[in-house]
Design a protein around this ligand. Structure first.
Ligand code: ADP
Ligand code: MG
Length: 337
């Protein structure tokens, strides 16, 4: 398999008002050709800066960036085989949709007839045939998003960079676009580098995820690996819900300094054989699951239950008994920071 993007000890320091901000801090990363790779992290963790360095819009303070095996650290954006889809779409309002999509070809000097033909093909690919004559203002948000995608793909870039492209869409549309984006990526075989702060989006779309925290990549792995075996407390907390126990409690459960137990791995059951017991603090119904919080000798433990199996939520104050399998407990490397 070919390597699409390599970051070697890449850092980016911004200076504003005399203060240095380490937006990206010595990041090493290899993204394989044809991979759907997601950078996941909270706002301000350095995701956009990382993407902009790969696109060539920001120069790293240190380190090297290779695309398709070639050092492109200092090349301008137009000289790189990558395109970017921005969150605000950045369509040209005065141009019709076909010309928006064909823009990259026009810049390359491709003739009008071929430009239009290829733009119409791209519009068909994103299921927008028939809107070529319209202006961006005459489309819905979801449609504009597809136009931005078609425009970025028309040059067949080696790598497509997508910076929270679905952030502005409502939930239903976002879920639909997630499925379509993934299918499109498979069909085209283009490497996608996708950014999001939404763990569900990252888990459901990606081949691999890189979790960003404070300018550093804390963990890189498949969705299953990141979710089931997080390295650190931060990753455990950020990707899904987690009960994290430290100190004496952790040593008691698993003989480690810090352990994680996912709420859905805990069951309520009989007093016999229970690993813990406590009073219910509160219970909430979420439709597909119910979350019960239990006070285990001063520590609140979240338990997710299948409402089908437990139609009546336990009441606050009721004593319940917690069960889990030994393999549900996962030791974390980092103790609470
Ligand atoms: P994310 O995309 O994960 O939200 P960013 O990469 O946009 O994070 O930002 C990372 C950090 O760098 C933040 O602290 C942000 O304020 C800072 N930052 C980003 N761009 C600039 C800039 N042009 N000048 C100064 N600081 C910046
Ligand atoms: Mg950002």
């Amino acid at each position: 398999m070919t390597v699409a993007v390599t970051l070697e000890a890449v850092s980016c320091v911004f200076t504003s008002g005399g203060l240095a901000v380490k937006a990206v801090d010595r990041v090493d990363l290899t993204i394989e050709g044809g991979e759907f790779f997601t950078l996941l992290g909270p706002s301000g963790s350095g995701k956009t800066t990382c993407l902009r360095m790969i696109g060539g819009f920001v120069l790293p303070t240190a380190g090297r960036i290779l695309i398709g095996g070639e050092d492109m650290t200092l090349l301008p954006p137009y000289a790189r085989p990558v395109n970017t889809v921005f969150q605000d779409y950045a369509l040209f309002p005065h141009m019709n949709i076909r010309d928006n999509v064909a823009y990259g070809l026009m810049v390359q000097g491709v003739g009008k007839a071929e430009r239009h033909h290829r733009a119409d093909e791209m519009l068909e690919l994103v299921r927008l045939s028939g809107v070529g004559e319209r202006r961006p203002g005459q489309l819905s948000g979801g449609q504009r998003q597809r136009v931005a995608l078609a425009r970025a793909l028309i040059n067949r870039p080696q790598v497509l960079l997508l910076d929270e492209p679905l952030g502005a869409l409502d939930l239903k549309l976002r879920e639909q676009m997630q499925t379509e984006l993934k299918a499109l990526q498979r069909q085209l075989g283009i490497t996608f580098l996708f950014i999001t702060h939404d763990q569900h989006e990252a888990l459901s779309m990606s081949d691999r995820i890189g979790v960003f925290n404070n300018g550093r990549l804390e963990q890189v792995g498949t969705p299953q690996a990141v979710y089931n075996t997080p390295f650190t407390r931060f990753v455990a907390d950020f990707v899904g819900s987690a009960n994290v126990f430290d100190g004496e409690r952790a040593r008691q459960i698993a003989g480690a300094d810090s352990v994680m137990l996912r709420p859905e791995r805990i069951r309520l059951g009989a007093p016999q054989g229970a690993r813990a017991s406590g009073a219910v603090l509160d219970a909430q119904y979420f439709g597909s699951f119910s979350r019960v919080r239990v006070d285990w000798a001063g520590t609140s433990v979240a338990v997710d239950l299948n409402p089908q199996l437990l139609p009546e939520l336990p009441c606050a104050g009721q004593t319940v008994h917690l069960h889990w399998d030994a393999d549900a407990v996962h030791a974390l490397r980092g103790v609470a920071a």
